[in-house]
Design a binder for this molecule. Structure first.
Ligand SMILES: NC(=O)c1ccc[n+]([C@@H]2O[C@H](COP(=O)([O-])OP(=O)(O)OC[C@H]3O[C@@H](n4cnc5c(N)ncnc54)[C@H](OP(=O)(O)O)[C@@H]3O)[C@@H](O)[C@H]2O)c1
Length: 333
């Protein structure tokens, strides 16, 4: 395993983590036994940085993970997130009418207790605000999170999809170790001002959805996604965008074949090549995929490879937005 540091801390984390969301939520049918086996395999492979959130399956993902986390507590660095709440108890993806975001200090205190209980542990290693609440000053949210550090309930603080301005305000209240934002070869928002800000402040970027939510996989059949698959809501998977992206992925796959890897591995290698202070968290619920993804750490991309990848993007620019309008309204705040 290759390692990367978490922010300016002495914490050494594997160069890729494991996104656990799909084990309970968002990406079609789940299989508890295979998910648990995937977590076990992750430990064998040294992928001990696991990512979850209280909203994934309305707590079910944290409960699932606890089955492997609790007996291996000293081996796992666990990250979870808080803030999305469900109206009338109806669980659903972010950005839909049934969810809202709550970054109030009062909710921070309740949410952490709920996560600790479901995870079955006494301290969360990395606790993120899942979004920046547009109605609450970020200093107040982070102030309440900092209290959790003092109380020993949380070790490090993170934000997700925060703007450069919010990062600066938050970091002035308490050091922010990590920013988790969507970053992949198809989703480049952070390149505008976030990357330079995290470098300056010594914050690790944790790119989520580094595989563009499986778009680069030949196994992904967009026409036949499960009725509740969250990817149905994404503009990028619809109409002209979907057609554009099918061409893009086909050419990307040819490039990957020439490098003896899959398009997914190439996409992950691209993220890894963007900087040593990034720790992407590719998501999977399958051992097979986990084993393939870890091999991306050994793929070397030359300047010509990177240029070829950019050329494909220029050829097929109609990629589409990464979220629906409702969910986009909550990112980069
Ligand atoms: N902070 C946030 O707002 C936020 C938002 C979204 C996600 N996240 C976190 O980031 C993690 C990663 O993002 P993500 O899971 O949404 O997207 P992702 O990592 O870009 O892609 C996951 C998809 O790729 C598929 N896949 C994985 N490895 C593969 C391989 N080797 N070959 C073919 N297909 C492969 C997975 O299939 P299977 O499911 O079949 O394994 C899944 O459908 C999540 O698990 C979650 O923890 C955070």
């Amino acid at each position: 395993m290759k390692y990367r540091n978490l922010g300016t801390t002495n914490e050494k984390l594997p160069a890729i983590g494991l996104g656990c969301m799909g084990m309970s939520f968002a990406y079609g049918p789940t299989d508890e036994q295979e998910s648990l086996a995937t977590l076990e395999r992750a430990l064998d492979l040294g992928i001990n940085f696991w990512d979850t959130a209280d909203m994934y399956g309305n707590g079910a993902n944290e409960e699932l993970i606890s089955k492997i986390l609790v007996p291996n507590r000293d081996k796992v660095f666990i990250a979870t997130k808080f803030g999305f709440r469900f109206k009338d108890g109806v669980a659903g993806p972010s950005g839909t009418a049934s969810t809202y975001f709550d970054g109030s200090p009062a909710w921070v205190k309740v949410a952490v207790e709920n996560s600790l209980k479901r995870l079955g542990i006494e301290t969360i290693d990395l606790y993120y605000a899942h979004r920046v609440d547009p109605n609450i000053p970020i200093e107040e949210t982070v102030g309440a999170m900092a209290d959790l550090v003092k109380e020993g309930k949380v070790r490090y603080l993170g934000l997700s999809e925060a703007s450069a301005a919010s990062l600066r305000k938050a970091n002035a209240v308490h050091p922010i170790a990590a920013l988790q934002s969507e970053y992949s070869i198809l989703t480049r928002d952070v390149e505008k001002e976030i990357l330079s800000t995290v470098h300056e402040l010594g914050i690790s970027l944790i790119p989520y959805a580094p595989l563009a939510r499986g778009l680069f996989s030949n196994a992904l059949d967009l026409e036949n996604l499960a009725a509740d698959d969250f990817r149905r809501t994404l503009p990028r998977n619809q109409g002209a965008h979907a057609r554009n992206n099918a061409h893009l992925v086909a050419e990307f796959s040819e490039l990957a074949a020439a490098k003896n890897c899959t398009a997914i591995q190439l996409a992950l290698a691209w993220v890894l090549a963007q900087g040593n202070d990034m720790i992407p968290i590719p998501g999977t619920k399958k051992r097979k995929y986990l084993e393939e993804n870890v091999k991306a750490l050994d793929i070397q991309l030359s300047a010509a490879d990177l240029e070829n990848m950019e050329a494909i993007l220029h050829k097929y620019p109609n990629i589409g937005a990464r979220y629906s309008e409702g969910a986009m309204a909550l990112v980069n705040h």
